[in-house]
Design a protein around this ligand. Structure first.
Ligand SMILES: Nc1nc2c(ncn2[C@@H]2O[C@H](COP(=O)(O)OP(=O)(O)OP(=O)(O)O)[C@@H](O)[C@H]2O)c(=O)[nH]1
Ligand SMILES: C[S@@+](CC[C@H](N)C(=O)[O-])C[C@H]1O[C@@H](n2cnc3c(N)ncnc32)[C@H](O)[C@@H]1O
Ligand code: SF4
Ligand code: SF4
Length: 309
């Protein structure tokens, strides 16, 4: 029987832990919010990540998400997944740009990874170069197809919509997704103090409301992801599109069930805030007991506030 999840003071159960295992990346996307991290180069080792997950499991967390930077940059990524998988979570997933997945997908699947979300904003090589600053479109597509081939499921494509850059490519991307049994996630471009070019996210912000309305009018079915920020999922013509629209969305934050860990081992209560971090790694390195570490987690959970309310 699973342990009951701890709730924060807004009655939001902590069901998911998102661990940013590195700030490093082999791309440099114009809009990148770096998962809300500062630019620390310090990283936790695989055993430390395992210990954090062990405590998370003990306080009722069900799902682990590994992110970055680019998580597949780490040479020990398969070992990290394998260690986490031994803890028997309901779901272990990675968010990646896909460029190294061709190399790692099979080993990651065998190590116990359930699924991947892969960032792909465009199928056009020039636009890809413009957005990511790298010529790695083919590697990313290969990685996506490899993930499907080895049975990571579901595979999702994260497409951040940008005005004047890729907003006209949604239909093409959806066709690509349907062809390969992939879910398309349309993501609203967020403004972030972590973005190297802060102005970019404001100048290129694209409002997803009209897309939401269009999808609602043409879909065969719509579902709401409870405990997952109440996101809408649209089923259309044998395919699936999910819309991630966090900005000024109080419903999104009211249903936020995830806690984050920074690469240097701090608990981060919210993606968009850095003023309420709670130091964790020194407690892990001091070999503190389960109950002491649980207290540190509770300190982090107590600091959770809905960003939009
Ligand atoms: N504001 C905000 N945005 C989020 C949050 N979680 C995810 N997002 C946005 O959604 C994007 C996609 O996140 P992913 O890492 O692919 O994972 P996910 O979509 O949250 O999770 P699944 O749909 O379960 O796979 C992120 O890059 C963010 O832009 C969150 O807690 N707060
Ligand atoms: C920071 S990346 C880390 C994982 C991996 N490198 C990748 O690109 O998938 C995680 C996700 O954040 C999204 N993202 C980054 N900056 C964003 C922004 N300003 N607004 C919305 N989503 C953003 C990316 O598209 C990606 O799907
Ligand atoms: S979005 Fe992902 S791939 Fe792009 S720069 Fe950020 S971390 Fe790297
Ligand atoms: S509170 Fe809102 S902005 Fe903060 S992590 Fe949760 S959903 Fe994202």
């Amino acid at each position: 029987m699973s342990i009951e999840a701890i709730k924060d003071k807004y009655e939001r159960p902590i069901l998911s832990l998102r661990i940013t295992i590195t700030n490093k990346c082999n791309e440099n996307c114009l809009y990148c919010h770096h998962d809300g991290m500062d630019d620390s180069q310090e990283e936790m080792n695989a055993d430390e990540i395992y210990r954090i997950c062990e405590i998370a499991k003990n306080i009722g967390v069900r799902k682990i998400r590994i992110s970055g930077g680019e998580p597949l940059i780490r040479k020990d990524i398969v070992e990290i997944v394998s260690k986490i998988a031994s803890l028997d979570f309901d779901d272990i997933s990675i968010t990646s740009n896909g460029t190294l997945l061709g190399k790692y997908a099979k080993d990651l699947k065998e190590a116990g990874l359930n699924r991947v979300n892969i960032s792909l904003d465009t199928l056009n090589p020039e636009t890809y170069k413009k957005v990511t600053t790298k010529n790695l479109l083919e590697s990313s597509k290969n990685g996506i197809l490899k993930a499907v081939e080895v049975g990571l499921y579901p595979v999702k494509i994260n497409m951040v919509l940008m005005k004047g850059i890729n907003e006209n490519e949604v239909d093409d991307m959806f066709e690509f997704c349907k062809e390969h049994g992939i879910i398309l996630q349309l993501i609203e471009l967020m403004d972030s103090e972590n973005c190297d070019d802060e102005k970019f996210s404001r100048d290129y912000h694209y409002n997803l409301d009209p897309i939401n309305e269009k999808l609602l009018s043409i879909c065969d079915e719509v579902k709401t992801r409870e405990f997952m920020q109440n996101r809408k999922k649209y089923f259309i013509d044998g395919g699936e599109i999910e819309v991630v629209k966090p900005i000024e969305n109080s419903d999104f934050c009211a249903n936020c069930t995830r806690l984050r860990i920074t690469p240097d081992g701090k608990i981060k209560p919210c993606l968009l805030r850095n003023d309420n971090l709670v130091e964790l790694i020194s407690h892990i390195r001091n070999n503190e007991s389960d109950s002491q570490l649980k207290e540190v987690f509770i300190k982090g959970i107590d600091k959770r506030e809905p960003y939009n309310n």
